[in-house]
Write a protein that binds this ligand. Structure first.
Ligand code: HEC
Length: 138
């Protein structure tokens, strides 16, 4: 509970969803797929999760201009900016989403999602960000 509280204060935003109370979402658990690739491919559901959990900061189109962005000390990352995202590996993006900004040497305003999403979902979100920037790690 406490770390979430600190993050909220540190970012001057009151609208971060309370992750401690949110049940884990494992939306694609039901897909009976043999291939891991399939499991982590971007679906309509991925897009919806992004809109629901990420867009308030990162923007509806991922451009870092969400409604909360104004209130954050550090601007949310623009997920369409390929020249930055090309310098990050998928693993780095995964860690940033799972463990939060602070854990990867970035601003604490980027919340940790490990209590909200299963790893599979986080992988799909990384792939969705790769779609938004239309880029891969160089
Ligand atoms: C409360 C606002 C907020 C929410 C909600 C949020 N982010 Fe962020 N995010 C940030 C901020 C601020 C940064 C920039 C951190 C920095 O540059 O130091 C960031 C950075 C990132 C980064 C880049 C990390 C890096 O290497 O620079 C990724 C990837 C990311 N967010 C993904 C997501 C995803 C996926 C979601 C939804 C599940 C999400 N974020 C929800 C605020 C938010």
């Amino acid at each position: 509970m406490l770390p979430v509280f600190v993050v909220v204060l540190g970012c001057g935003s009151e609208t971060i969803p309370s992750q401690a109370e949110t049940p884990k979402i494992d939306a694609i658990e039901s897909i009976d797929s043999q291939s891991v690739e399939m499991m982590i491919s971007v679906t309509q559901e991925t897009r919806q999760l992004y809109q629901r959990y990420c867009a308030q900061c990162h923007g509806v189109k991922g451009k870092g201009d969400g409604i909360n962005a104004l209130y954050l000390v550090v601007p949310p990352r623009d997920h369409t900016k390929s020249d930055y995202l090309e310098t990050r590996t998928d693993q780095q993006l995964f860690n940033a989403i799972k463990l939060g900004g602070l854990a990867v040497g970035r601003a604490p305003c980027m919340p940790a999602w490990e209590h909200t999403f299963e790893d599979k979902i986080i992988h799909t979100l990384v792939n969705y960000i790769r779609e938004l920037c239309n880029c891969k790690t160089l």
